[in-house]
Write a protein that binds this ligand. Sequence first.
Ligand code: XMP
Length: 509
Amino acid sequence: MHQKIIILDFGSQYTQLIARKIRELNVFCEIYPFNHDLKIDESVKGVVLSGSPFSVLQENAPFPTYDWQNSEVPVLGICYGAQLMANNTGGKVTPSNHREYGRANLDQVSTKSPIFKDVITGTQVWMSHGDTITELSGEFNIISSTSSIPVAAFEHKTKRIFGFQFHPEVYHSTDGKTILKNFVLDVCECKGDWTAASFIDETVARLKAQLGADKVVLGLSGGVDSTVAAVLLQKAIDKNLYCIFVNNGLLRKNEFEEVMERYSSLGLNVKGVDASDRFLDLLNGKTDPEEKRKIIGKTFIDVFDQEAHLIENVKWLGQGTIYPDVIESVSVNGPSVTIKSHHNVGGLPEKMNMKVVEPLRMLFKDEVRKIGVQLGIDDKFLQRHPFPGPGLAIRILGDITKEKVRILQEADYIFIEGLKNNGLYDKVWQAGAIFLPVNSVGVMGDERTYENAICLRAVTSTDGMTADWAHLPYEFLADTSNRIINQVKGINRVVFDISSKPPSTIEWE
Ligand code: XMP
């Protein structure tokens, strides 16, 4: 069993980032809700209390059930976590006159503290808090302050307990990585042996033991997660893995054929199922985005189920689920409103009545890519932009026809190939074309045209939760627009989307 650090999550937007930064130190890290009944076994080497949108001064502020004051392992409180430590031990937390948000410098740093080994006085950190710790109980020493706050960091006089007002996990905290390393490797004494190679060896061994001679069926999407999951399963059970790749008729131009070819080059046992007509028939006349999503999700389940049952005696359903889907989100503001239902095939395991195997359920997306690299999977799979399950259906506003799909596939192809040929594909996080069902007047040669418009969408992002529009060069946009209007029959106008998320979303539907 690998050593690990546990984060108790009070709902901060940075919680997953802390976990990722700790894992970058080759130490496994798991996130649990703040009130998780944490039991310390020999694998748990340290605990982090995360930040929170709450103030400890609020009546309904979340408190951990874990007895951090008598913890057997070191504890680090970050922001809210630190305020909670101060507040619960007789210190004082007061509302600041203004929210302290952004860069600050640690004007005083106690280099005697193990947590600040190799950290220089004046180092830049990132602050984001509304309350300030103004007094600490005598149990603690202040080990850092800034020009505006007296307690930027503290440590317990005898126990291995630390609190930071700032966020070491954030990029703008220049020595943040060193500080986390000091906590994880020195204070918690983790070995740092959780690597891509060790993950693969252990996962394959675990899958072998779990699956024995059983058969597994897995749906492939052409994307990173399902591909990496398939290769791991294949390493464990070889020909007992049966993959299915469904063409829903809403994929990019040539994608079905190209992806099938790439899968066979990986030696995967894949059956391609062309169900385009079935999907398009069911979508006929449907205009509501959520209804379109539901039809596609349900049809996928039906097609997949039918195909899976052609394989005799299959007991397991493989899925490419990753960690962000697994972490129980801390609902600090009540149930969140569904903006778009992204989990299109949520009902699959229930319908199929199979046991589920999820080789990637403990990994973040960037870690899945690292595993993919280690497994020798082609960059074409690993660096591919995200592509939504419902595909082009949510990029054709309103009702879908075969002709609209064709037009969009052609325009999208010109855009994406252009990005690749100009070295821009890897610079944007996601890109695609959108079919706008508005007619506008144009002129081609001597003729008046009255045709549809295409919108180009390209964003920069790290996780799709927030995004900015990619500032693509004007020359590239001009060239792409010319090509689309000249080559794609049915389009006489191209526009570029300059909205960020929020308040817009990446997809138009
Ligand atoms: P939005 O449009 O919500 O998209 O800003 C964020 C990310 O999610 C993808 N997306 C989906 N993925 N099924 C999916 O598998 C969906 O229904 C869906 N809707 C949006 C979107 O492409 C972007 O990467």
